[in-house]
Design a protein around this ligand. Structure first.
Ligand SMILES: [Zn+2]
Length: 256
């Protein structure tokens, strides 16, 4: 039988044994939010869980267990579109801290957080700092942003950050049956001021509501998406995550 990798599928003895062999647990975090008229609401949650599962699948045993994906995220900026369910940033932060404390108590000194949704970043960073301060445990944070080098080569559209070419390609590659391609909207987004375009990488951060920038809920160009692009993006991301996990699992120094 293959080594189990899902925390929730192990019994308590199996989990206890695993903690003797590997000190890293992985926590994917997603969102439940509008992804244009064409992509599933759980896109970020599914994608975060999928990349982690595939990367861990490629590791040599003993493999780090994968905690269940947190299915909700901080999605205030999408609330004017149907289907979005948001947590308050404090709530997500509290959940992460509680999960971290729990896994530490069961022998996992390292928590590798894989984030599928940009809106969660602030809560994750604050939770990581709290866990570090309170317990000394090592919290590593990673996200789909780490696909950037390949995405920059493959994705043609500027400012393609939400439900556009990048995310639609990912869905087409692994669960195309979730998508009726006739619902893919034409590109229509526009920034209130060109200086605010994400790809200009301005020297400032600012908060935005999706409806300030787009009527369809897509920031990007989903018409440029393809299964082939998605397959390449997944492969690059899975390999990179696998290498990063190997590095983190290998860290032996314990900060106090
Ligand atoms: Zn998304």
């Amino acid at each position: 039988m293959n080594e189990k990798i899902e925390w929730g599928e192990m019994n308590r003895w199996e989990l206890d044994q695993r903690s003797e062999m590997v000190d890293t647990a992985i926590l994917p975090i997603g969102s439940l939010e509008q992804h244009g008229p064409h992509l599933p609401l759980d896109t970020d949650s599914f994608d975060a869980g999928y990349i982690v599962e595939k990367a861990v699948g490629r590791l040599d045993p003993p493999k780090p267990p994968i905690l269940p994906t947190i299915p909700y995220g901080v999605s205030d900026h999408h609330m004017s579109f149907p289907g979005t369910v948001t947590l308050r940033s404090d709530t997500l932060e509290d959940i992460i801290v509680d999960v971290g404390r729990s896994v530490l108590q069961h022998g996992f000194f390292k928590l590798y957080i894989y984030n599928g949704h940009g809106g969660n970043e602030a809560a994750i960073r604050t939770a990581a700092q709290k866990l570090k301060k309170e317990t000394g445990m090592l919290v590593v944070t990673d996200s789909f942003e780490s696909l950037s080098p390949e995405a920059e080569e493959l994705v043609e559209t500027d400012n393609d950050v939400h439900a556009g070419e990048f995310e639609t390609s990912l869905v087409l590659a692994v669960r195309g049956d979730m998508l009726d391609e006739r619902t893919i909207p034409e590109k229509e987004f526009e920034f209130p001021d060109p200086k605010m375009e994400f790809d200009h990488k301005p020297e400032f951060n600012y908060t935005w509501n999706t409806h300030d920038i787009t009527k369809t809920g897509v920031i990007g160009d989903a018409t440029k998406a393809s299964k082939e692009k998605g397959e390449k993006l997944w492969e690059a991301g899975i390999e990179r995550l696998k290498k990063r996990l190997e590095t983190v699992i290998d860290i032996s120094h314990r900060f106090e």
